[in-house]
Design a protein around this ligand. Structure first.
Ligand code: FES
Length: 285
């Protein structure tokens, strides 16, 4: 069991948990994730690890309450425990030695970016962070990102705070102005990461996307997380979750996520104690 030490509501339906997970905290590197199970009949939820504190033996997870499983998680309070937290999973971020880098994050993809930005800084890079939200009331991790990046641009879709527009707009402006970057890392909704890849593609800027497919076992056995990258099938849980964004088949990824969205809706209507996703995977072969 993994004890919840702290719970904070960062914005509507976005919760930050600090969890006691000593081994994960000690071994985690930027870019890796974990899979949690709230109780024995619950689906597995893959989550990016936002922060770790190896001395305190804690990890920080930021969760968007969007479906049945995350609603079950949201009922837990500080002092409660989560049945399983498995990790760190996946490959650490590989950025080489960039002189200048950009992190582009959206929504709950932003917290995972703070450790990626820190890693770029440790590699000696100057880092611009562009983080986007639908509106001012949904902004999270602004101060944390400001503390680690050299420059921060916050965008809102509705113009209620910061730059009025999508994250791709300031990104496009910087590249079109001739600013040179060695790497762009993007974490967020599939549609956003796909758009980021299309902005950077003509400039030949190496772009890494942290993918978020459905995951079940997290060990490369079940195939639920398969994605196509450069025409080859990859398993995001063991080969990723980060891949060359210019090689990712984002249309296929979006389509697969859509299949499970319907299943999640049925699960929400069905009640709390069924392993619905795993059933769906069996049905899909
Ligand atoms: S989650 Fe099962 S293969 Fe990746």
């Amino acid at each position: 069991m993994f004890k919840i030490l702290d719970k904070q509501e960062l914005a509507e339906s976005i919760i930050e948990y600090t969890i006691e997970a000593r081994d994960i905290a000690r071994h985690h590197h930027a870019g890796q994730f974990c899979i949690i199970r709230v109780h024995s009949h619950c689906e597995r939820i893959p989550l990016s690890i936002a922060e770790t504190n190896s001395q305190a033996g804690t990890i920080t997870l930021v969760v968007q309450i969007a479906g049945h499983s995350t609603q079950e998680l949201a009922q837990l309070e500080a002092g409660d425990s989560i049945l399983d937290v498995v990790g760190p999973l996946g490959q650490p971020t590989k950025i080489g030695s960039p002189r200048r880098g950009i992190f582009v994050g959206g929504g709950v993809g932003v917290p995972a970016g703070s450790s990626m930005v820190r890693q770029m800084k440790q590699a000696g890079a100057q880092v611009l962070a562009i983080i986007g939200f639908r509106s001012k009331d949904l902004i999270i991790y602004e101060e944390k990102m400001r503390a680690v990046a050299d420059e921060l641009v916050v965008t809102t879709d509705d113009g209620s705070y910061g730059y009025h527009g999508l994250v791709t707009e300031p990104l496009q402006e910087r590249l079109a102005a001739g600013e040179k970057y060695d790497v762009v890392i993007t974490v967020g909704p599939v549609v956003m990461m796909r758009a980021v890849a299309e902005v950077t593609r003509p400039y030949g800027t190496h772009t890494i996307a942290s993918l978020n497919p459905i995951m079940v076992d997290g060990t490369g056995m079940c195939g639920a997380c398969r994605v196509t990258v450069g025409g080859e099938t990859k398993f995001a849980c063991v080969d990723g979750p980060e891949f060359d964004a210019h090689q990712v088949d984002f249309a296929e990824l979006a389509q697969r996520l859509e299949i499970y969205r319907d299943e999640e809706l049925r699960a929400h209507e069905a009640g709390p104690h069924e392993c619905r996703l795993e059933q769906a995977l069996k049905e899909l072969g």
